[in-house]
Design a binder for this molecule. Structure first.
Ligand code: SF4
Ligand code: SF4
Length: 472
């Protein structure tokens, strides 16, 4: 029985409700008056119900899709402006006891190079990341209670937060590790993580069980209920995601939105972020073995629909996607991207030797962080290295209330400018610095609150004089 308030996976992600939703959406595919009502609701910026999103998803009229893109772009501008937050993944271990059929780290893959970073390795890797200019990392690790117990993850986090190299520091560590217990989530909270990220992979239980034939991840309910345990353990900010390509995309989008509705209904706060990875080629993995791959048009439609359905939730796209695809979907609602990423275990300090391959997937966008920063600015986007909210205690429902009131704009925009200024001073190439400084001057004019603008100007001056780490 469907119940968004239930704590049982099969009730808040009800298979019957998804099937009925898709049937409802098919019946109303060309229903112009319903579509107009849905757009009118979305324009109020309070989000959409999963049934409403499904109607727009299955609609094939070009003009409806264009309307969807225009509204997504508008909401992106209203909530996120032209800022894009930058982060990098840090793979600390690819030992894994699970059997996920779409991931090269699965336990039966004996030809991939298995690696685990020591704390000394982490110091070298994070120093290299700081030298690139990164301030925000996402730790990635396989599930292996012997190689990667929670004590190892906690030690990695502690090491990372204590590395201060030149003007560098990592100010926010997000964590992407396997579903775990409430007690271990509480430990992560105590270790001061930012967002806990866990991809559902697929919401379709039967497919999920086939795609995860062995290991603890086989347990659909334990995996799907992980965010509730994380929140019960004190983690305010959680990040959802599905791996598009495993199951049919309409099923996945409806499941994803139901998960967001469930978190809001039970915990009073929806997901902090949603990631939209697509299955990619990797060692032992051929995307063509999976029947549900989505093309770039459908991918763009999904991004736009997520934007209008959950306007307060950040959306993340990684270097799995090419520059061209990233360019296409950035205006439709993406608020965070990775840049200069390495998806092998180690590889930031020294490239992985050719005879080794520990990568989770092939990176499509291989540009350096400096190139990514310049590219964003050339499109008039502001690369932001901001980590202010989590450090100022603006997390969970507190963060959402700032978002919903629109007050967050008074933080995001100046924070983007001052963290970009830090990047330009410490890490940018001369050309990137030149473009960035012109952009900052131009964007200062966009701060309508005179006090905020004056304070931003003062902080920019202090940064140019050598001071660091300011925030609104
Ligand atoms: Fe292990 Fe995660 Fe890869 Fe599955 S997706 S094999 S759990 S690293
Ligand atoms: Fe994110 Fe808060 Fe910084 Fe805005 S001010 S970019 S919401 S951390």
């Amino acid at each position: 029985m469907y119940n968004p308030r239930s704590l049982r996976a099969e009730e808040f992600i009800s298979h019957e409700e998804i099937i009925e939703t898709l049937s409802y959406a098919r019946q109303h595919k060309g229903d112009r008056s319903l579509i107009a009502e849905i757009f009118a609701k979305a324009k109020l910026r309070k989000g959409l119900h999963h049934r409403e999103a499904a109607v727009l998803l299955l609609n094939e009229d070009t003009d409806v899709t264009q309307q969807l893109y225009q509204l997504a772009e508008q909401l992106k501008q209203d909530f996120y402006g032209n800022r894009i937050v930058i982060f990098a993944p840090l793979y600390v271990s690819n030992y894994c006891i699970n059997g996920c059929t779409y991931c090269p780290y699965h336990a039966r893959n004996h030809h991939i190079t298995r690696k685990k970073l020591t704390q000394e390795d982490i110091v070298r890797e994070v120093t290299a990341l700081q030298d690139m200019g990164h301030k925000r990392l996402a730790i990635e690790a396989g599930e292996d209670p012997v190689h990667n117990p929670i004590s190892y993850i906690l030690e990695c986090i502690d090491t990372i937060y204590h590395i201060h190299h030149k003007n560098g520091s990592i100010r926010r560590v997000n964590v992407n590790i396997a579903a775990t217990t409430e007690e271990e989530y509480h430990m992560l909270k105590e270790a001061k993580i930012g967002t806990y990220i866990l991809f559902q992979e697929t919401y379709h239980k039967e497919s999920y069980e086939k795609l995860h034939p062995t290991g603890p991840k086989h347990d659909y309910a334990y995996h799907t209920e992980a965010m509730d345990r994380a929140m019960a353990g004190g983690i305010d900010d959680v990040g959802l995601g599905v791996l598009f390509g495993l199951e049919s995309y309409p099923y996945e989008l409806v499941g994803l939105l139901m998960h967001a509705e469930h978190l809001e209904a039970v915990h009073g706060v929806g997901p902090h972020t949603i990631s939209v990875p697509r299955i990619k080629r990797a060692d032992d993995i051929d995307p063509d073995d999976f029947d549900n791959g989505i093309d770039d048009d459908i991918f763009a439609k999904i991004c736009a629909l997520i934007r209008i359905s959950v306007p307060y939730t950040g959306m993340i796209i990684s270097t799995r996607e090419s520059k061209a695809v990233r360019e296409r979907v950035l205006p439709l609602g993406i608020s965070q991207i990775s840049g200069g990423s390495c998806t092998s275990v180690g590889g930031y300090d020294l490239p992985e030797p050719e005879e080794e391959n520990s990568a989770q997937f092939d990176v499509s966008d291989k540009r350096s962080l400096d190139e990514v920063v310049r590219w964003l600015m050339e499109m008039n986007d502001i690369p932001s290295f901001c980590t202010a909210c989590y450090r100022a205690g603006r997390t969970g429902d507190r963060f959402m209330s700032f978002c919903k009131s629109g007050e967050i704009q008074n933080f995001c925009h100046p924070n983007a400018l001052i963290t970009l200024q830090e990047y330009l001073e410490d890490y940018a190439s001369p050309e990137t610095k030149r473009i960035g400084q012109a952009l900052i001057q131009q964007q200062l004019g966009g701060i309508s609150n005179r006090q905020v603008r004056a304070k931003t100007e003062a902080l920019l001056k202090k940064i140019a004089e050598g001071e660091r780490d300011f925030r609104f």
